[in-house]
Design a protein around this ligand. Structure first.
Ligand code: CIZ
Length: 300
């Protein structure tokens, strides 16, 4: 049977399901989704939805976050092997060790973490609210996991805090070098440099704008410029192109997350049809992880 957007719309109606997709997913997946966005927007949508089934098109920590917020709903991850290399770099025992070393410190966990790691945190954050989440804590000492680049970006914005980073990173963003950006700038001297805070600090320092994927799209939409060097995962081209069909976008050649591209229309159809590939979490971990996720969502 041919899988079409129409057949997915039909299944969504029959099953009372909503499809959420990250900005890096394949264009066909974004077209099938009810909402496409960054981690914060997706978490908010997951928390608000009335649908009985959430189909999460992204990587496993995103599906887990939706399940943490909706323990009584079915959350389906169409491709359960779609992991996040950064999330798998940091384990709960490692965070507990850091807590022992810095007993006075509070823990900020980027949402790109497993549920077990979130369960160890005082607050979660995304790339769009890491500064707000960190500054909402009374403690001066902050253990920040797992992304050392987001930690460095946040530390630069909050000199009053003592940020203790875990040494994790996103392979797609950490692999973007300032030399690649400089080369692109030589070729396209009028282009604005728009970067994601998972990039290394030397890339951020040469950027005209830094923000989460959704903030990058908002920035590009509003900018009078017609050319942009984009330091994030190449899947963003689809939304950027829709936001600014008149503009030109240049990406570093290696900015690719393979696992987020594993989900396609066929897998979404199968997950919906068979109601399989459900995200299952330990209820105790899930309950503990919900506290820092909700604390983040309550930030205004
Ligand atoms: O969509 C983004 O900006 C990513 C990759 C993470 C986030 O925190 O939203």
């Amino acid at each position: 049977m041919e899988v079409t957007l129409e057949s997915i719309q039909q299944l969504k109606k029959e099953k009372n399901a909503v499809v959420l997709a990250h900005n890096y997913t394949l264009p066909e997946v974004q077209d099938a989704a009810d909402y496409v966005g960054d981690s914060l927007g997706l978490s908010r949508k997951a928390a608000e939805t009335e649908a009985e089934i959430i189909v999460f098109c992204g990587v496993s920590f995103m599906g887990e976050t939706a399940k943490i917020l909706n323990p009584d709903k079915k959350v389906l991850l169409p491709e359960p092997r779609a992991g996040c290399s950064m999330a798998s770099m940091c384990t709960a025992p490692q965070v507990r060790e850091m807590k022992k070393l810095y007993p006075e410190a509070a823990v900020v966990a980027y949402v790109n973490t497993t549920a077990d790691v979130k369960a160890e945190a005082d607050i979660c954050c995304t790339s769009s609210n890491s500064v707000k989440a960190t500054s909402s804590l009374e403690e001066k000492d902050i253990i920040f996991v797992p992304d050392m680049n987001l930690a460095a970006y946040t530390a630069q914005k909050l000199p009053e805090k003592n940020i203790i980073p875990f040494h994790g990173y996103c392979s797609a963003h950490h692999g973007i070098t300032k030399w690649q950006i400089e080369d692109l700038k030589i070729l396209h001297s009028g282009a604005e440099i728009v970067s994601h805070p998972e990039c290394a600090l030397d890339v951020l320092e040469m950027s005209d704008f830094v923000g989460s994927t959704e903030k990058m799209i908002d920035h590009v939409r509003e900018s009078p410029n017609g050319e942009f060097i984009i330091a994030t995962e190449v899947g963003m081209l689809y939304r950027l192109g829709k936001a600014r069909p008149d503009a030109k976008f240049y990406f570093p050649p290696n900015a690719l997350c393979q696992t987020i591209k594993m989900t396609d229309l066929r897998l979404i159809h199968r997950a919906l049809n068979e109601c399989k590939q459900e995200v299952v979490l330990d209820p105790d971990i899930s309950m503990r992880a919900r506290i820092p996720v909700e604390r983040m969502l309550s930030l205004r």
